[in-house]
Design a protein around this ligand. Structure first.
Ligand code: ADP
Ligand code: MG
Length: 454
């Protein structure tokens, strides 16, 4: 057994050195070095990757390369199977090899019994003003499920703000600390579908029994229960029974429960018997902290000015922040480029443009004028004084870059100038950005100031 492991390790080292010959160093360290080979049997190799995304990326871009490398080292092409580490599943099911769940392409990678994804933990949940209370309440529940007054605990907030992460973190914490036996995470959609299926198959009593015998029930996105009367009724009874038995219920929702029109009042009043808490959009500092934590986790160095740039520009939610970072890493590694400011701006251009629907041309004018120390009125007046023309051109350029307003509209905001004046201004400023590095930095600085106001 030991011998096999050593051989496998050696073999993988050989593979890595082959891979290094074929891809840039950064690609190798991002995508291949984190791989751990687990087993080679019967012409099948099992390799462990850090995340689902990692697996998908390799499958999409490096499958052939991996096969070629194996052919080189092993003299044949093995079947490649991937696994993702899933913590210690020994509690709810018999121990599996290496504490991992093995899956083939297309299979569900979640822990089947709890349906939890162990990627979501309190440890990697970054705290900020926006989520501090929700996290504290979740942790209290996770420490003593069913024993606090927070039952049910309901966390609400917009998309991508961390609701699923937080409620699954409760599940994982309870699971790890063995504080409850039967844990189940379910989206309200899945609950609904399973319930409908159980009706069709005459198995409603089995369904009810399953859900009413749980110690910790986590139901995600309960807004999907809206207008599904029979499912609501089933859920209501599940809820009551669990609560009577002192079992813990945790719910998430995309809006405050009071706004859940189409959900029975008796359910909403049940929610009020516990604790309702919200998660807000993260502020700038939290966004920076999240990006730093993610880069640390993935063992990838991202220069701090780039982290600040992303945090200043992607303000919508945490999922978008993560998406931006993944997109940037993927581009850098695919093209073997360093993560530079230039690359970041190029890759994230679309994401950044899309979000600025709240930004007005007046805000841009105000900040540019503050920056250059000139009176705002001048920029909209006929003045042809050099400094003012310059500030006006910068404002026009930034209006075009940072908003979706048409050139004509932009012109109108500058004392009724026409669109060709705006085009000329944009060209002038763009030229200067490309030829004058300190000016380019100055523009970035102004942009960051503008972003912080949105
Ligand atoms: P929601 O369920 O509210 O739509 P998710 O829980 O799916 O949002 O979060 C979106 C992504 O952002 C997930 O990958 C999650 O891990 C990450 N995320 C959310 N909040 C945080 C946080 N506070 N710290 C670290 N990552 C977070
Ligand atoms: Mg969610």
């Amino acid at each position: 057994m030991q011998k096999l492991a050593i051989n496998l390790e050696n073999l993988w080292l050989q593979c890595i050195s082959e891979i290094e010959k074929r891809v840039p160093p950064q690609t190798c360290s991002t995508w291949f070095k984190p791989i751990v080979p687990l087993k080679l049997v019967d012409e099948k190799i099992i390799i462990q990757v850090p995340s689902r995304f990692h697996y998908e990326w390799i499958e999409e871009h490096y499958h052939n390369l991996l096969e070629n490398v194996f052919l080189e080292v092993l003299r044949y092409i093995p079947e490649i199977q991937y696994t993702i580490v899933l913590g210690d599943p020994s509690f709810l099911q018999p121990p599996q090899e290496n504490g991992s769940e093995i899956f083939s392409i297309g299979e569900n990678i979640n822990n089947e019994n709890t349906r939890l994804n162990n990627r979501y933990t309190f440890d990697n949940f970054v705290e900020g003003n926006c989520n501090q209370f929700a996290k504290a309440a979740s942790l209290a529940v996770a420490e003593a499920p069913g024993k606090t007054n927070f039952n049910p605990l309901l966390v609400y907030g917009g998309v991508g703000l961390g609701k699923t992460h937080l409620i699954q973190a409760i599940g994982n914490h309870v699971f790890k600390g063995r504080k409850a036996k039967r844990i189940r995470y379910v989206s309200s959609e899945k609950f609904t579908i399973d319930f409908i299926n159980s009706i069709q198959n005459n198995k409603t009593s089995k369904f009810s029994k399953l859900y009413r015998n749980i110690d910790l029930l986590l139901v995600d996105d309960i807004q999907f229960f809206i207008n599904k009367e029979r499912t609501q009724e089933e859920f209501f009874h599940t809820f009551n029974e669990l609560q009577q038995k002192g079992k813990q219920i945790v719910l998430s929702c995309d809006r405050p429960p009071s706004e859940l029109k189409g959900l029975e009042d008796r359910l909403i009043s049940r929610f009020n018997s516990g604790l309702i808490t919200d998660i807000q959009v993260p502020d700038f500092e939290t966004r920076v902290a999240i990006l730093q934590k993610k880069s640390l986790q993935d063992n990838i160095q991202i220069p701090s000015d780039i982290i600040v740039f992303i945090a200043a520009n992607i303000t919508t939610n945490i999922r978008d922040l993560e998406g931006a970072m993944i997109k940037l890493l993927a581009h850098a590694s695919l093209n073997g480029e360093d993560i530079s400011m230039e690359l970041t701006k190029r890759v994230l251009r679309d994401l950044i443009k899309r979000k600025n629907t709240n930004l007005t041309i007046e805000t841009i004018q105000r900040i540019v004028c503050e920056f250059y120390g000139i009176k705002e009125d001048f920029i909209r007046a006929k003045t042809r004084k050099k400094e003012i023309v310059f500030a006006r051109q910068v404002s026009m350029y930034l209006s075009k870059e940072m908003t979706n307003f048409a050139l004509k509209t932009i012109g109108l905001h500058f004392g009724g100038r026409d669109h060709s004046t705006v085009i000329h201004a944009c060209q002038t400023i763009e030229n200067k950005i490309h030829t004058d590095k300190s000016f380019s930095t100055e523009i970035d600085e102004i942009k960051n100031k503008i972003e912080l106001t949105v």
